[in-house]
Every structure is written in C-alpha cells, then in structure tokens.
Design a protein around this ligand. Sequence first.
Ligand SMILES: NC(=O)C1=CN([C@@H]2O[C@H](COP(=O)(O)OP(=O)(O)OC[C@H]3O[C@@H](n4cnc5c(N)ncnc54)[C@H](O)[C@@H]3O)[C@@H](O)[C@H]2O)C=CC1
Length: 396
Amino acid sequence: MSDNTQEAQEYLVEVLATTTQETVVTPLDNVVTPLDNTSSKNVSGEKKKIVGVFYKGNEYAKLNPDFVGCVEGALGIRQWLESQGHQYIVTDDKAGSDSELERNLSDAHVIISTPFHPAYVTAERIKKAKNLELLLTAGIGSDHIDLKAAAAAGITVAEVTGSNVVSVAEDELMRILILIRNFLPGYHQAVNGEWNVAGIAYRAYDLEGKTVGTVGAGRIGKLLLQRLKPFNCNLLYFDRIRMDPGLEKEIGAKFEEDLDAMLPKCDVIVINTPLTEQTRGLFDKDKISKCKKGVLIVNNARGAIMDTQAVADACSNGHVAGYSGDVWFPQPAPKDHPWRYMPNHAMTPHVSGTTIDAQLRYAAGVKDMLDRHFRGEDFPEQNYIVKEGQLASQYR
Ligand SMILES: NC(=O)C1=CN([C@@H]2O[C@H](COP(=O)(O)OP(=O)(O)OC[C@H]3O[C@@H](n4cnc5c(N)ncnc54)[C@H](O)[C@@H]3O)[C@@H](O)[C@H]2O)C=CC1
C-alpha cells in the first residue's frame, strides 16, 4: 500500500470517528429562527384537545435543543398550548385499536402528524373522531389521510407549505451526485478496508451535459432545477401546469407535455409529484421500460408512486442503473429484499425533509396555524388540502 493510500484511509477513519461522537450539538447560527414561545391569548376561552404523532427521539432527543420534530421535542409548542388551557397529547403510538392515538380519537379536536412517522387517519378513524376539526401535516404531503372521508366529515386538512422544500431539493441534488459518481460502492470499499479504483471508475460519470428531467415541477421541482442550472445539464420538466414563461427561461428548463416522450431522453429522472390517485403506481413496468437503459432515478416523493417490484427488477437487470429514495415496503428494509444487493442504490431512513431547519420551519408553521385556527381565522398562504368539504384540485 502506498503512503498516500494509507494516509487517505487514516483520514477516513478519523472523519468517521469524529462524526459518530454524541455530544450536545451547538445550534448553527444560520438555522431558521427558533420558535417564539411567547403566549398569545386564548381569545375564545375554548379548551381544545390536540394530539401530536411523531417519531421518538430516544437517546438523540437531548443532543440538540432544536430537535423539535420528535415526541420529546413535541414541536416546541407544549408550553404555549398548555399555557392557554389546551390539552396536548404527544405520542409515537399510532397503529392498531389499542394505540394511544386511537384511545384519544373520540374527543380530539386537532391531530398533527408528519410524513416521517405518519398517523394514518382512515375513514374508520374519522368516524370515531366526532370532535375533529383540523388535521395538520407538519411537513408536506397529506396522503396518510383519507382525504375524501375528511372532506365528507367537514374536517380541514392543511400542511405547512414550503416548510421543507429546500431540504428536499438539496437532498435530491445530493442523491443525484451520489448515484452518478457511483459513490456508495466506493464508500463501502473504504469501510470494508478495500481499495479498488477500477471497481468505482468504470461507472462513474460527470453530471455536466447529462439530461435531467423532473416529474412534477412545483415548489421542490423548481428549487431542484434552480440548483441544477450551474451544473450545465439539459433540464426538462413534466407537470400538469406549465411554468410562467419568464421563470421557465430563468431556470432554463424545457417543458415536456408528454411524460412518455420525456422519459427516454433522461439520464436522470427525479420524481416530485404528490401521491394522488393519478400518481399511485405511476412508475410501473411499462413506464420504466420507456426510460433510457442505464437511467438513474431519484424519488423523494412517495414510495407508492413506484411499483416496488418493477423497480427492483429493473435494477437487477441493469435497465435502471441506480435508484434512490422511497419504495413501498415495511421499514426497515427486509434483510432478504433484493434491494440490498443492488450495486448502486442509496436508501436511508426518511430524512430528506426533516432536517433541523425544516423542523423549526414546520413547527413554527403549525404553531401559527393552530393560533389562527383557534381564533377562527384562515391561513391563506398555506396549502389547504381539504377545506369546506372540497379537495384541492390536484387531489381530485
Ligand atoms: N421526502 C420528503 O421528506 C418530502 C417529500 N415531499 C413530497 O413531495 C411532494 C411535492 O411537494 P411540493 O413540491 O412542495 O408540492 P407542490 O404542490 O408545490 O408541487 C407538486 C407539483 O406536482 C404537480 N403534479 C401533481 N399531480 C401531478 C400529475 N398527476 N402529473 C404531473 N404533475 C403533477 C403539480 O402540478 C405541482 O406542480 C409532496 O406532495 C410530498 O409527497 C414533500 C416534502 C418532504
């Protein structure tokens, strides 16, 4: 082994050792403003029951004071809610008829949940929740709720629009680079004490000059396209709605009217649509066969947009050269799933939209929306998914 190689390996070990230390994190200066915990008055005097469903922070909960997206952090709104006389139940226990969520359904006025540990609000649960007024998604994507049942019951469904779009766009850019540079096999080599440059280089490419297409160019899709512009790629997008021509020109992306016509042009496909009746299972065997052989797919939207088996098959036979993002199977990924053996795929627990910056944004949004809801006010700048019995147009 050359001296240089040894040095490089020592450096890697050092980096890994540093990053696994678990000391309390000093919050970064540029993270969004922490929650304002000053009390506003409960003007109506009505006492509400709010149920929050989040994942448990466990031993990580105390390591960062800004880690508000877990059960222990409770979005940082406990003191504020309780000072106004409201009851705030927070739990991670959400599945089955014996769960804490289920036990608190019958008199809950508000349920807050996140896509990272979703409380499935089914038609059956909505029937039991006689007092339910508001379902808030701390984040974006409300497909864990039976939206038609919520509309029929007159329950408002809203999400904190834009709260984590930067986190997702950055994450997508990272995943594209990880896949195109064949990063993961190299990482595994280093961790396993191997060093074989050829085994990485034979399928590592530059992003420059490649064609990247996003399926869905809403808030996240547009941010991703903006971030890709300096990489000098050919940018394409498919969406129900065409962008304003000025913005399209500024971003430098070409609109594709027909998804089937866009797919064969793309070296990289990124999926950025919500999960709806139109997009569920959209990437099935047929759609994937329309993609270029060797395509890389990044899906930071929902796993159910993909036909898991079709993606796994296409990865196995090389039609898809790399996939990163969600697929629809129970987490953690089963040990014997073919996914584990793909040469180039990147899957992590669902963290793309739940960075600390995002948590502080959606926590502040939830606080503001609750405050206004209790005052009988609207929050027009947020995405209403269901309002006054009507589903938002893209969910119909
Ligand atoms: N992985 C994560 O942590 C996160 C994932 N998401 C997912 O990303 C999705 C998109 O988020 P945003 O960009 O903020 O939403 P958005 O509402 O701003 O954009 C969605 C875009 O998809 C388009 N669209 C919807 N249905 C379509 C269809 N059938 N065909 C073509 N285009 C269609 C819409 O016209 C819109 O431009 C969310 O619904 C959520 O599922 C969002 C945040 C975090």
